[in-house]
Design a protein around this ligand. Sequence first.
Ligand SMILES: Nc1ncnc2c1ncn2[C@@H]1O[C@H](COP(=O)(O)OP(=O)(O)OP(=O)(O)O)[C@@H](O)[C@H]1O
Ligand SMILES: [Mg+2]
Length: 359
Amino acid sequence: MPQYQVEKVERKEAPVLSTSSNLSQALQYQRGQKKIFEDFQLVKKIGQGAISKVYHSRHQYTGINYAIKSIRKDRIILNEMFDCAWYEKQIMESLNHPFLMKLEGFFNEQAHIYFLMPYYPLGNLRQQLKYNGNFPEQVVRLMAAQMILAISHLHERGIVYRDLKPENILVGNDGYLVLADFGVSVPQKPGEMLHDIVGTHDYMAPELIKRVPYSYEVDWWALGILIYELLVSVTPFESRSLEITSTNIVSSKLKWPVQYHGQPFRLSETAKDLIRSLLKKDLQSRLGTKNGGQEILQHEFFRGIDKNRLLKRELLVEWMPMRAQEYEQQDIDLGESIVGNREQLLIHQYRQQFSYFSK
Ligand SMILES: Nc1ncnc2c1ncn2[C@@H]1O[C@H](COP(=O)(O)OP(=O)(O)OP(=O)(O)O)[C@@H](O)[C@H]1O
Ligand SMILES: [Mg+2]
C-alpha cells in the first residue's frame, strides 16, 4: 500500500470581532496592507464618461477620501474596449509624475473593474473654466507648462495621450494640475504609426480628421487648442456641427477675438505665436514635432519658468480654484450598477480575459 505523507496545514486563528481593540486587530489581520474594495464607501457621483462613472469614495476605516472610476465589464465587452481598459490600467500603474494621476489601487470585481485614485475635490479644469470664463496669460503659462511636462513624460515612455482637454485635467487645492483619464492613451511601437480615430472632436489634429496615420504630434496640437481655450474660453474651430468643425480644423485660419463680454480683448503676440506654432496643420512644421516638450518650453511664452521648481510645486500659480458644484447634488446611481442576468452571462463568457487584470 502506498504511503502518503499528509502535509500539515497551519491553521490561523480566526479574528474575534467582539471588543474594539480586537476589532482593529481583526481588521489588520484581514486586510494586511492590501486594499479591499468592500472597505470603500461610495459618497457621491462626481463624473461620468462614455462607459465609466467616477465616484467620490471614502475608506471606511481610515476616513481617507478617494475617487473610484467604475467601469461595467459588459460595457467593455459590448463596446470592444477591452484594450482601452487594459492600457488604462497598465499606463496608470507605470506612472509616477507630479502632474499625472496616480493609481492607488485596482479592483477586479465580479461585474466591474474599479480604478482607485487620489480624490481631487475641486474637480476638473472645465468646471473651473465655467467659473472663470477664461484665465489670464500668466496663469495659463504655468498651467500649460505643467501639461507639457506631463505629456513629455508620457511620450518619453512611448505613450500617446490622445485626449487632452479641460475635462481630463484635475485641479489640486494649491492650483496645480494633474492630467487624468488614460482611457484612450496607447503605447506606440517604435517605427509604427497609429491609425484608430479616437479623442474629442474639437481637440483633434488635422491628421486625425483626415484619417492619415499619426503619432505623438496630435498631443501638441491638442495643447494648442487647450491653451487657446484657456485664454479665450472657447476652442478655435468649434461650430454648430461636427462637419463644419472638421472643415475648420483642416482648412480654416485661426481667428483672434477682439472683444470679451463687451470689453476690448487682446492676446499678446507671444501667446498668439505659441498657439500658431502648435496649431500648424502641417505637422512637420508644428512646434514639438522635432524635439517634443523641450522645444515647446523654449518658446518665449514660457520664458523664466524654472522647470525644476515647477515640478516641486514651488512656483506661485496666481489663481485660486473654486469648489466645483456641478456634481454636488448627485446621488449614487445604484440602479446603474445592478447587472442583469444576461450581462452576467456575457461577463462569465469573458472571465478568462478579465482574469488578466488580476495578474
Ligand atoms: N481622481 C479624481 N478626483 C476627482 N474627480 C475625478 C477624479 N477622476 C475623475 N474625476 C472626475 O470624473 C470625470 C470623468 O473621469 P475620467 O475622465 O477619468 O473618465 P471618463 O471621461 O469617463 O473616461 P473615458 O473617456 O475613458 O470614458 C473627470 O472629468 C473628473 O471631473
Ligand atoms: Mg475623461
